[in-house]
Design a protein around this ligand. Structure first.
Ligand code: HEC
Ligand code: HEC
Length: 504
């Protein structure tokens, strides 16, 4: 009890001191910092229409609206806590362009900013209605079970059955921008984080300006009790899928050698035996027409190979299965227009010596690339894969995929596409197709299209160049290595000897 009390005292002191800081926030100084740091996005008049705004999705907040999305005050309380605004300024908002400022600005300067940006909407005084966190239900198997039922009933219409944001709703925020329900399996893309306490705050207050409602509002038919909201928050937090985490510095898809046949189907459980690697997808902004409003942010790859073939499995979350001609697909599209979903891999036709990555975009005249381009099909045409050779963004030649032995097949399930692409290790057109070899780092890049999000042609998401590595069986590698090293050393000696002879 004593310990608890002293913690409370420390907390109280901390709160008083930060509140004191907040109260001290100097609007005039805040204005100066704002005009230096924030206007590019939020604009001088605070409307969110800064010069960078047309290129940002989600758009920068309009401070004149007085709406703050991520607050810990009640749904019917307009004012956020100063600490809520401070936190977003200090930490930034993941998976949006809002940067964190705590490494650049002093704490006092950030409180000054809080005081200043509130003036855009004339927000004054202290908020009265706070969210009550005191009845927290600790996460447990039972709580998660209860939460799951509530989630299916209340949240899945937007967030989808397993939380990947694939409820199939067309949502717009109060400023007419398209919004996507968060993919709860990727907590690293939450604007705040997936601590059950934070999720509880989001579902209690709702997310202002968006269609994510409050589930505490007694006027709502969907109202949930305090305990129910904790249960559903515990469940939502449990949806985090650690296997989708993008590891810093992880740049290689390691293809596993097998002696038998390779899995044909994308949902073959055998794929679990191949090590997955996750990569960030970024919008394509190198070539015209540029693209700034992606709906997806990551892709995962794994690979198997044997003597004859290589198979690569691509998995990415896509909230919408985009089949042109399909009525359901058209319903989710903002303008009713739907293009095919797609995924592509790019390889250099010739594997470069050493670990150089000279390629940018789609290769150049000296360094052509192969593109394996899978498309999800239309209502009348089945899915298909194309083989293209490119020597630049607008220099593409379509080749015969069947002749090269390239095959692809995809399945869509609950917000995730899984596509297997397969090709023989070597082909007959050696000067036109990449010939895969063991033990070399082979440049590889990915691209993804979400057809319900107007993604077509050059408008898509992509990765930078990474590597594919066909991992030789340990035995072979261990034996081969000393020989290679010996040859290199020997080669080096001969060269040095020749050089010194020449000089002499
Ligand atoms: C590169 C663009 C960019 C810059 C620069 C920028 N912001 Fe933001 N900011 C955004 C975007 C985008 C959002 C909305 C993100 C969302 O809704 O998910 C945002 C949202 C916010 C929010 C809203 C938090 C909430 O809960 O609703 C605050 C507060 C904020 N920014 C403050 C600032 C301040 C202060 C600065 C300058 C120190 C700044 N921003 C600079 C892009 C930017
Ligand atoms: C009518 C659609 C809708 C419903 C119903 C809905 N959400 Fe959301 N949710 C959204 C949208 C849209 C966003 C993204 C808002 C934004 O950041 O602009 C979102 C965002 C979130 C976030 C992200 C918070 C963060 O830090 O980024 C969480 C967590 C969440 N919702 C949980 C839930 C739970 C749990 C339920 C059910 C109790 C629920 N939502 C019901 C539409 C909905």
């Amino acid at each position: 009890m004593k310990i608890k009390n002293s913690i409370l005292v420390v907390l109280a002191i901390l709160m008083v001191s930060s509140t004191a800081m907040a109260a001290q926030g100097d609007k005039e100084n805040g204005k100066k910092i704002y005009e230096k740091r924030c206007v590019w996005c939020h604009s001088k008049d605070g409307t969110g229409n800064g010069p960078a705004a047309p290129f940002l999705n989600p758009p920068p907040r309009d401070f004149t609206s007085g709406m703050y999305k991520f607050k810990t005050t009640q749904f019917d309380e307009i004012l956020p806590n100063d600490e809520n605004i401070f936190r977003m300024i200090a930490d930034g908002m993941p998976d949006s362009s809002m940067p964190g400022w705590k490494d650049i600005l002093k704490e006092k300067e950030m409180w000054d900013l809080v005081a200043f940006i509130k003036t855009f909407a004339g927000l004054e005084g202290k908020p009265k209605k706070q969210i009550d966190f005191s009845k927290q239900v600790k996460s447990s198997k039972e709580s998660i079970e209860r939460g799951k039922k509530l989630f299916i009933d209340r949240c899945s219409e937007c967030h989808g059955e397993e939380g990947r944001g694939d409820g199939g709703k067309k949502l717009k925020d109060d400023w007419e921008a398209r919004t996507w329900p968060r993919n709860l399996s990727k907590p690293w893309s939450f604007r705040v984080n997936n601590d059950p306490k934070e999720i509880f705050a989001r579902i209690t207050a709702g997310i202002a300006g968006t269609q994510m409602p409050s589930f505490a509002d007694p006027a709502s038919k969907k109202k949930l009790s305090d305990e129910e909201r904790w249960d559903v928050a515990n469940y939502a937090a449990s949806l985090a899928d650690a296997s989708k985490t993008i590891k810093e510095g992880s740049t290689v898809v390691k293809a596993k050698r097998v002696s038998g046949s390779l899995p044909e189907k994308a949902d073959d459980p055998k794929w679990q035996e191949a090590e997955p690697t996750n990569f960030y997808l970024i919008p394509q902004i190198i070539a015209k027409e540029r693209f700034f409003t992606p709906s997806n942010n990551s892709i995962r790859a794994r690979a198997f190979y044997n003597d004859k073939e290589i198979a690569i499995l691509l998995e990415w979350d896509d909230r919408t299965k985009s089949i042109p001609g399909d009525e359901k697909a058209a319903e989710v599209s903002l303008d009713g227009q739907v293009f095919e979903d797609g995924a592509a891999m790019q390889f250099p036709v010739t594997i470069p010596e050493e670990m150089e990555k000279p390629y940018f975009g789609m290769g150049d005249a000296a360094k052509p690339v192969n593109m394996w381009y899978w498309k999800s099909g239309t209502k009348d045409a089945p899915q298909a894969v194309k083989l293209l050779n490119a020597t630049g963004f607008d220099k593409k030649e379509e080749r015969n995929a069947a002749k090269a032995g390239l095959k692809a097949e995809g399945v869509y399930n609950k917000g995730t596409w899984r596509v297997v692409m397969k090709r023989p290790i070597t082909t007959s057109e050696k000067d036109k197709d990449i010939q895969f070899v063991e033990g070399k780092f082979i440049p590889l890049a990915f691209a993804v299209w979400d057809g319900t999000n107007s993604e077509k042609g050059s408008k898509h998401t992509m990765t930078t160049w990474y590597w594919l590595f066909l991992k030789p069986e340990a035995g072979v590698y261990v034996y081969a290595m000393p020989v290679i090293v010996a040859l290199l050393v020997l080669g080096g000696c001969i060269l040095t000897a020749r050089n010194s002879q020449k000089k002499g």
